[in-house]
Design a protein around this ligand. Sequence first.
Ligand code: UDP
Length: 322
Amino acid sequence: MRKILVTGGAGYIGSHTCKLLALSGYEPVAYDNLSTGHREFVKWGPLVTGDLHDTARLTQTMLDHRPLAVIHFAASAYVGESVANPFKYYRNNVGGTLSLLEAMRNAGLRYLVFSSTCATYGIPETVPIHEKCTQRPINPYGQSKMMIEQILRDLSDRHEINQVCLRYFNAAGADRDGEIGEKHIPETHLIPLAIQSALGGPELKIFGTDFATPDGTAIRDYIHVEDLSRAHVLAVEYLLSGGASDCINLGTGHGNSVKEIVLSLEALGLPVKTCNAPRREGDPACLVADASRAKQQLNWVPRYLDIRDTLATAIAWHKNQG
Ligand code: UDP
């Protein structure tokens, strides 16, 4: 069986990618410490419960399963928390990745797909954001991911590894079969909070109504989690077929403001209770991807282009959670 090791395979994007790997003829081996991941999200292959810092366990897992490649999702990923506790982010993200790289070296593995982020761009110089835009992260989360990209570039320049860094914009939506979805504890993301509010939860705070955007609220590029997953499978195949190391944006190329998300949910029958609140620290006005490189290098184009289709999958998932 062609196996792929998936760190963070019990998480949101990780579990969707495991499902697609299985549907594409691979066996995903999830490696997760379950600190934020969910055991019940691991359905398409074995789960190895372990920490990224445990290099010996990682090495043994690689020797036991002999994966063709590693997809590395496991990370701390709350921007606000990273500002309050930067050490955690450098330790888990940078330190954890170094441990993974050491294990890969021990086990003789060289192909790595890394989960990076548009947060590495900070306040972008130009929108849509191209991979060549200067990376100037404005919080420790983005900084930690940019440091990892640099480490991976240095190693691939020395031909020690081959890697693809995928810089995601805003992951959204859920598995169309309703088997898995977005479940963060605590939840801080716009779409799940807006849906929860419409389903009887607290009012949604709109963080900032004075941005330099047409309706004053911040614009993001919401990319469906299944589209993200497909890009990971394509990136693995790109590396296995000899593709050169690269950094690639993943987004739809189209932005929606916070108010547009709220209006779209209303149009889908979910009126959201909202109130205005001050801007959240470190939130840029507008982040939209230029995703042309993904098409060029991976032959990837997003299939979910209408935000309402993405929102509909998220709504179905949340309603099912009861
Ligand atoms: N946002 C908001 N209210 C919330 C959560 C988020 O207005 O309760 C806004 C946030 O300021 C940003 C957008 O929604 O402009 C997307 O935020 P999210 O946390 O989902 O993702 P991020 O862009 O931070 O990765």
